[in-house]
Structures are given as structure tokens and as C-alpha cells.
Design a protein around this ligand. Structure first.
Ligand code: ADP
Length: 643
């Protein structure tokens, strides 16, 4: 309703006296109003329902139902309750006015009335009614919009859940055959007597398998990013060692294509940083890999430099008033830049390259990649609170760069990564391992990894058979696939856990599902540990060593005894009070990750919670200072064994 509609409003006047109606009629007819009249309450009710006037002027004292009752009935009716009622009466007591308002009237005017005043009141109530109507309509539209959006959100969520489930299932299905391919590639490559062409073939199998794995991981990464489930996991690491590792990987590819590869750094880079090493290397390897892939001649330049300091004010160092164990270091801004003299990217395609599965340029190059790398890398850079930039000239080359604010840390507490050693056997008595998996190729991979190390191995193809074999074979450890037809791994684990005679068996879940974090898998299954498929030899060895308290014999060791914990220990382990296994497992994993800071922090908590562990903590701290992961793991195994 606008001003025009106010002027054209319909007014119902109700009065039992014809002369009053006449006066009112004459007065209101001077305007553009449509005027209706009723001479009693009953007629007024009928007319109001039929004509739905915009306002009602209502007399009070009338034969039949009076004005108060008429108003109450109007207000009780869904159809007429919104029509404003203005009492027009010769009753001038306050109590009458109050009754009028209580009956639902919006105003009360005593007779005789001033025409100007009556007109003002009528238009003002019409105006209020108009605003209220508009507000109600807006409200209704908003409510409808909320319902619509909620439904859209719900269906998007359902679709997302279905997509996640589909991806998890697909990933599982694809990882299973990959476990066979990659597992066997690893096993066969260990054979020293292979001919060159077989070695080459194996490398191709492994590379293709890894490519497929990258593709699966890429799709999963993207879906995790979209579902906001991607997590950043930071640790301390040596910056130069990290960068050199990346450079070493890319240099080989550049050499193969006879490209010059330059790695430029500034002298002011921090020695150690606290960041997500895996994600940073994922981004850099993608940019550098692309630079090499899309360049046929010339060079690739990888530069890492400091571009500014965040949060340090003037940048001047201030002496702390009191010594503090962990000084709050301001982040340093580091620019990572990858420049090539390659084919370049057309200007109008610069945005496309960041879209999943978008590849620009020739088909032959495209098939080498997945088209997911840049989409993931840009998401990851954004997750690290920054932005990725690109500049390119077709035919001349491309530059990608991004800046990250990184926290420098002291390099003293960071372990240098040691070369992986070749394990050939373990010390001590023969251990028995049961492998339960419905896919024979998965079992064969594990068998082939375990037999050469000297384990006695048995196999079962589902949960029920696994359970029977566990009784028969009495293994030290079971590798249990989780999803199997018949009795699945979850049920088999539950049943094994229920038997006191089988209590000593270590249960390791082996699963190709990667959407759930390992902690969740452990909690759901009640297993001792978890290994994802495709199984990596190194991880398998780490878990075996920890859970079976094994000491490995390495190929290059001249001295067959290897690392003896007692040699390096000045404490008799049998005297040491040792924390429970979950704590030890956590410490063990910190050591394996080379995260000595987290390990020491954890030791602090253990010591604080129970003073009886003081000797244990002291010894482990000494070992942590030496930054030797193997000594720490050896010590942890030893003390558990001595319990
Ligand atoms: P891919 O696996 O295909 O490399 P990316 O998402 O990493 O997928 O890259 C997407 C596309 O962007 C590439 O297929 C290529 O067309 C283009 N691109 C990326 N980096 C470069 C580069 N350095 N030079 C030229 N084109 C590039």
C-alpha cells in the first residue's frame, strides 16, 4: 500500500444514528475514500468480512451488540483481525477508552469530533497498517527464503556426504590393487640380481603406481579441502635440509631434460622453521615439477628469499626482561618463487589452470599430469593464509610465487634425517605373524615383505579363518584387513580381544580407507596400531620393531650385534619405572617423526603426572638431546621388554 492506496482506502463507518452516518459520510466523501456504512454491530461484522475495509470507525452504544463486542468479534476472526478499529463515541470516561483499547481498538475519539483531527488519525492509522502489512509480507518472504536455504543446505550436505562416501569407497577400491602393484615393486626391487631391463620395468611399474596413488590422493585432498576437513600439521624442521631435499628431487628431472636448474637463496633464511613440511613440499614439488615439465629448453630457477618480517614492529631486537624458555619469535615472511623459460600460459587461461582437471596446452604434456596439482596447491597456500600468484608470457616462460609467514625455530633441537637403512633380519627368537586379508595379492605382498626378514608367516582370507588360525598358530602379531566379506576385520578383532588366551597378540589394522584419521580407526577397532595401504616397507618395519620390541640387523653392519641399548645406557633398565604402553607409543611416534620438541614436551607432562617416572624421563631426555631416533626407539623397546 502506498500513499495513493491510503487515499483510495475503503472505510466502514458504523453508527446506529442515521444523522451521524450522514455527517461522517459527507465529510469523508470529500476525499477519495470509498465509504461503506452499517447501522449496527451485526451488520458491521457481515460487511467487514465481505468488503475487508482498510479501517473501521465504530460507534459504541448501539442496539444489539455494542461497539466493544463488535470490535472483539472482529479481532477474533482471522479474516478481519488486522483491520484497524477506531472508536468514535460520545462516552468520554477514561474507563470507556481503556475498554475500547482492551477490546482491540487502535484509537478512541470522542464526539463531537474535530474533522481535521479525525482525518489525521484515519490517515495515520492507515499508514501504520500499511507499514505493518509490508513488514509482514517481508517477514513471510524471509521465512520462505530461510526454509528454502535450509533445504538447499541439507541437500548440499547430503550430496557432499554421498560424494565423500563415494570417494572413500573408490579410494579404497583403487588402493587395494595398488597395494599389490606398489608392494611388489618394492619387494622385487630389493633383489640385487635383477637385470637392467627388469629393473627398468620395475621402476616404471612403481612410477605408474605412484602416479595413480598421487591421483587418488589428489582427489581425496580436494574433497577434504572442499569439506573443510584438510588439516595442517606443523613440526620443526631444518629449512635448508628440507629445501635441498626438494631441489635434489627436481634436479634429476631437470637434468634428464638437459635444463639448467638454479637454486637461489638469501643468507638470512632461518635455519629451522615450524611449518607443515608435507604440505609445503607438496606445493613446491607441484610448481617445480610443472616448471620442468612445461620447459623444453633454458632454465628453471627456484628462489627462496626473505621479504619482510611480520609482527616485529621496528624489527629491532629487544632484550627480554626475564629469561623465557620459548621466546616468542616473530614470523618471517619467506617468498618461494619458481620461474621457467617454458611454453608459458596464454593470458586468458591463467585463471583456468587453478581449476581441478583443467589443463591447457598440448595433450601429450597433459597426460603426464593429473590437472589437480595447482588446484590443490592454491588451496593449500590459502589454508596457510596466503595467496599464490602467476605471471606468464606464452613462448617465454612462467613465474609462480607465494609468500608465507613462517615461525623460525632453533635448529639445535631438530634431528637431521638419516638415510633409510636396509634391514635384513632381526635379533632374537623367531616371531610369528598372521596376515588376514581377503585379497590374495595383498597377503602375498605382506608375506613377501616379512619372509625375507625371518618371520614365520601364516595367512587367512577372512575374519573367521583368521580367528581359527589365531588359535592354531598363536602368532605374535596379526595384520588384519578391516573390510572383508563374511566376518570382517572389526568383528575378528573384537573376538580375538575377548579371548584371554589370545591377549598377548598385537593387532595391527591394515586398511585402504583414508578418510578417517588413524586415531579414529584405532578407537573404533581397539587395535594396537594401524597401517594404511598401500603398505610402505619402512612403516611396516617401524611398527614391527615397536610392537614386537625387535632389534633390526642392517645390511651394512659389520658388527652383527648392531645397536645395543645396554651399551649406551648407564642405567639398569630393570630398575626403571616405565609409563604405560600408550604413552610409550606416543613417544615412539614422536621419535620416528623426528619431533624431539614434542617428545620432550611430553616427557615434561609424564614427569609432572607421576614422579616415579623420573629416571625414565631423565634417560630419555639425554637420548633426545643426541637427536638419534634409533637410540630412542631402541631404549623404548628395551624398557618395555624389561617390564
Ligand atoms: P598437471 O598435473 O596437468 O600439471 P596442474 O594443476 O599442476 O596439473 O597444472 C594445470 C595446468 O596448468 C597444466 O596442465 C598446464 O597446462 C598449466 N601449467 C602449470 N604450470 C605451468 C608452467 N610452469 N608452464 C606452463 N603451463 C603450466
Amino acid at each position: 500500500m502506498n500513499i495513493e492506496t491510503i487515499e483510495n482506502a475503503t472505510i466502514l463507518i458504523v453508527d446506529d444514528k442515521p444523522e451521524n452516518l450522514k455527517i461522517l459520510f459527507a465529510f469523508l466523501s470529500r476525499y477519495k475514500f470509498t465509504v461503506l456504512a452499517a447501522q449496527c454491530g451485526e451488520d458491521a461484522l457481515v460487511s467487514a468480512k465481505e468488503n475487508l475495509p482498510d479501517i473501521i470507525l465504530l460507534d459504541i452504544i448501539m442496539p444489539g451488540i455494542d461497539g466493544f463486542e463488535t470490535c472483539r468479534q472482529l479481532k477474533a476472526d482471522e479474516k478481519t483481525k488486522r483491520i484497524p478499529v477506531l472508536f468514535l463515541s460520545s462516552l468520554s470516561d477514561t474507563s470507556d477508552k481503556v475498554r475500547g483499547f482492551n477490546a482491540g481498538g487502535v484509537d478512541y475519539i470522542t464526539k463531537p469530533f474535530e474533522q481535521e483531527e479525525l482525518f489525521s488519525r484515519i490517515t495515520s492509522h492507515l499508514h501504520i497498517a500499511m507499514l505493518r502489512k509490508e513488514l509482514e509480507e517481508k517477514n513471510m518472504r524471509l521465512e520462505q527464503e530461510i526454509v528454502r536455504r535450509r533445504q538447499a543446505e541439507e541437500s548440499a550436505e547430503t550430496a557432499n556426504r554421498a560424494k565423500s562416501e563415494f570417494l572413500a569407497n573408490m579410494s579404497h577400491e583403487l588402493r587395494t590393487p595398488l597395494n599389490g602393484i606398489l608392494g611388489y615393486a618394492q619387494v622385487l626391487k630389493r633383489d640385487k640380481h635383477l637385470g637392467e631391463s627388469v629393473k627398468k620395468g620395475l621402476n616404471i611399474i612403481e612410477r605408474s603406481g605412484l602416479h595413480l596413488l598421487n591421483l587418488i590422493n589428489g582427489v581425496l585432498d580436494l574433497s577434504k579441502i572442499e569439506a573443510r576437513k584438510m588439516e595442517i600439521s606443523k613440526s620443526d624442521f631444518l629449512f635448508h635440509e628440507f629445501l635441498n631435499g626438494i631441489v635434489a628431487m627436481v634436479q634429476v628431472q631437470a637434468q634428464k631434460k638437459k635444463l639448467s636448474f638454479d637454486f637461489l637463496t638469501t643468507a638470512d633464511l632461518p635455519a629451522g622453521i615450524h611449518a607443515d613440511e608435507n604440505r609445503l613440499s607438496q606445493i613446491l614439488l607441484n610448481l617445480l615439477g610443472n616448471a620442468v615439465k612445461f620447459t623444453d629448453q633454458g632454465s628453471v630457477i627456484f628462489s627462496v628469499s626473505r621479504v619482510g618480517v611480520r609482527g616485529s614492529g621496528s624489527g629491532e631486537k629487544q632484550e627480554p626482561l626475564t629469561p623465557c624458555p620459548e621466546p616468542l619469535t616473530p614470523d618471517v615472511r619467506i617468498r618461494f618463487q619458481v620461474e621457467d623459460t617454458g611454453i608459458g600460459i596464454p593470458h586468458d587461461r591463467l585463471n583456468d589452470i587453478f581449476l581441478p582437471f583443467k589443463q591447457v596446452g598440448e595433450h601429450t604434456r597433459a597426460i603426464e599430469g593429473t590437472g589437480l596439482g595447482l588446484a590443490i596447491s592454491r588451496h593449500l597456500v590459502r589454508l596457510l593464509s596466503s595467496e599464490m600468484y602467476v605471471k606468464s608470457t606464452p613462448g617465454s616462460g612462467t613465474v609462480f610465487w607465494f609468500d608465507l609467514d613462517l615461525m623460525p625455530v632453533s635448529p639445535l633441537n631438530i634431528r637431521k634425517k638419516s638415510e633409510e637403512k636396509h634391514v635384513i633380519a632381526y635379533k632374537g627368537e623367531k616371531r610369528k605373524i598372521l596376515i588376514v586379508d581377503d585379497k590374495w595379492e595383498n597377503r602375498t605382498v605382506l608375506v613377501s615383505m616379512l619372509l625375507p626378514l625371518g618371520f614365520e608367516v601364516a595367512e587367512a582370507s577372512d575374519g573367521r579363518e583368521g580367528l581359527n588360525k589365531a588359535w592354531e598358530f598363536m602368532p605374535d602379531m596379526v595384520f588384519m584387513d578391516l573390510i572383508m566379506p563374511g566376518m570382517d576385520g572389526f568383528e575378528a578383532i573384537r573376538q580375538i580381544r575377548r579371548q584371554p588366551e589370545l591377549a598377548g597378540i598385537k593387532l595391527i589394522a591394515v586398511s585402504a580407507s583414508t578418510l578417517n584419521p588413524p586415531e579414529q580407526i584405532l578407537a573404533e577397532t581397539g587395535c594396537d596400531d594401524y597401517i594404511p595401504k598401500p603398505v610402505r616397507m619402512q612403516e611396516l618395519q617401524d611398527k614391527l620393531a615397536f610392537h614386537l620390541q625387535l632389534k633390526w640387523i642392517y645390511e651394512e653392519e659389520n658388527e652383527p650385534e648392531g645397536h645395543e641399548v645396554s651399551d649406551m645406557s648407564d642405567t639398569d633398565q630393570t630398575d626403571i619405572s616405565v609409563p604405560p604402553d600408550p604413552e610409550i607409543l606416543e613417544l615412539y611416534n614422536f621419535a620416528l617423526d623426528g619431533n624431539f620438541k614434542a617428545l620432550k614436551d611430553r616427557l615434561g607432562h609424564i614427569e609432572e603426572a607421576d614422579k616415579s617416572y623420573v629416571s625414565f624421563v631423565r634417560k630419555l631426555r639425554q637420548l633426545a638431546d643426541s637427536l638419534d631416533e634409533e637410540m630412542i626407539c631402541g631404549f623404548l623397546n628395551e624398557v618395555r621388554g624389561s617390564r
